[in-house]
Design a protein around this ligand. Sequence first.
Ligand code: PML
Length: 274
Amino acid sequence: MLNIRMRASRGGMKGRCAGGAVRQEHISGAEGLYDEAEAGRVVEDYVRRAMEHSRGRPDRIDIAIERMTERPKQIRALPVRTVRCASSRTAQSHIRKLLAAAGISEKAVNKGLEVVFGGDAMRGAAVILAASGRRADSDRRRGVRASRLGISKTAAVLLGRKLRKKNIYTPTVVEALVLSSKVASCPQVLAELCVSDDPDYTTGYVSTRGLGYVRVPHIKRKGERIGGRVFFVDDVSDMKDVTSYLEKKPVMVERISECRGVCSIDEVIGKHHI
Ligand code: PML
């Protein structure tokens, strides 16, 4: 099995932004776990996606193809729903309630909101200790990147069908759900908060094992360049184990859960799926 990853960017200097150098602008990215026979088709598809992205034409596309030496762990996708939300102010209140329901302290939530709305673009996710609110990722600019993840063909077809029924089928939703399902399968992770850094994409999510993948519309205002991801972890976690699982362990979504439509925040918080 191969892990194929694509990252398209424009301008700047990879990995450096000190001394006045301009940081690379991220255009798009994608990854999955595939059989070797699919490599050619997937690379072609990724290059086309990178070239045709609405954020503009990249001047650099990095493709990495890596053979997995370990069989992927098979997981079930988180159940999906969308919380009713009409403004970014309501979104903030929903985020607080959802994270509190997962046992994240107010201190840690404040820190998480600071990361995603603070405007400091990171390539990976910030890791925050759920009780103390302390940042636990060692490289603050890079963070931790959930990777070596994918969805099987059968699961992708089933998921596509379920998401279409709710009118939310897009590659963005599928990829975010696959990533958040891997993140939630990491035993030390209690919750994830995500706000897209795409200025035109205003739906984010909070995901937890208990509540599932909860989409939050209007998490930011259109045109805002802010965004980011936060993984909230148990304070006693060994960060080496967490990072190694999230970045290196191959994980494949093989089964799909329920996809519901729009629910009120009380319905979301009052009804746990496990
Ligand atoms: C991203 O990858 O930029 C974040 C995507 C968030 C998707 C939220 C959704 O629409 O379900």
